[in-house]
Design a protein around this ligand. Sequence first.
Ligand SMILES: Nc1nc2c(ncn2[C@@H]2O[C@H](COP(=O)(O)OP(=O)(O)OP(=O)(O)O)[C@@H](O)[C@H]2O)c(=O)[nH]1
Ligand SMILES: [Zn+2]
Length: 361
Amino acid sequence: MSSSPAPPSVTPGLAECGWRDDLPAAQALSRARGRVARVTEQHRSGYKVTDGEYEFAVQSPSQWVKASLMPEERATVGDWVLLDPAHDRIEALLPRQSLLRRAAAGEHYKQQLIAANIDTVLVVAGLDGDFNPRRLERYVAMVGASGARPVIVLTKVDLQVQDAEAALAELAKLEVAVVRVNAREAAAREALQPWLAPGQTLVLVGSSGAGKSTLTNTLLGHERQRTGAVRDSDARGRHTTTHRSLLRLPGGACLIDTPGMRELKLTGEEDLDDAGFADIETLAADCKFRDCRHDREPGCAIRAALESGDLDRRRWEQFLKLGQELGQARQSLAQQLERRAEDKRLGKALNKRLVDKYGKR
Ligand SMILES: Nc1nc2c(ncn2[C@@H]2O[C@H](COP(=O)(O)OP(=O)(O)OP(=O)(O)O)[C@@H](O)[C@H]2O)c(=O)[nH]1
Ligand SMILES: [Zn+2]
């Protein structure tokens, strides 16, 4: 299938926006009709999409207003969609290759979609005072759950505030590629070349000040966004705000910029295996009891490894903490699903009462 020519519903320019014949969306296309486009922005009232030639606004399908819809049933940035014949409304969401999401900040647990159809998520962290291996583990776990490939990018190597060797040793166990860069230098682009092949889609995540905007500019090869320092000193507030969030990089890869959504919070669907703790899971499988809590049980492989020094005590503590965080996120997720089911039940009951009283309309 992948060797057949692109169907007419896909414009040639779409390849520059990340379209590939091996995508699940492309496989689904043989069974569907319509012009394919990629979502570049999400707004309250609809979306912006690109067909590879033009970027334009489209409306959501009417069924997407339903409050009972799960967030992932609507399109997000990076999604492949089919347009109606007039090209002013989305008709269908095509299957996804990956979906990056986070728990939204706020009183109630809510999920937010960050981006879809991402190949690589660059998890950016500065080797300065803010360096935090546990945060990186959390990010790697979340990316693992998304279906995209995580790559850790450590910025600010030139500042040498943090001992890079110690930091690397901490991250070695994650089994994730780690790249050290000065985000301000063009060499950073070279270092990331393996993930920048044509047709690849990337996203940058990481905490504020980590160097994401700086790296974005370096990958673009020109100044796109004003970085933190510039913004601060810019008293006239003369920002070059481009709204487009799907950036085409020289070389053929795409970068999806998700302003305001670059810090991640666990959703509860992650797995500690994905966080690079597979070795601990393997070790725990050797405990005598299957439900060993690694506390006082006899024949505990974890405690034995801690005592012999085979398992680093700090790493074990990090594992426990991340497990705790994940446990809380799972609980919030379960509560949210329960609330949703309850809302649905109440909605149905109300509907039935209305039908009983007024008949079917
Ligand atoms: N020396 C040095 N400075 C860097 C490097 N990367 C980023 N910086 C600086 O760190 C500051 C913050 O970088 P930004 O790129 O704005 O960070 P950000 O992650 O986009 O931050 P938010 O926009 O708040 O999310 C800026 O002053 C950058 O110039 C680096 O590798 N070396
Ligand atoms: Zn045990």
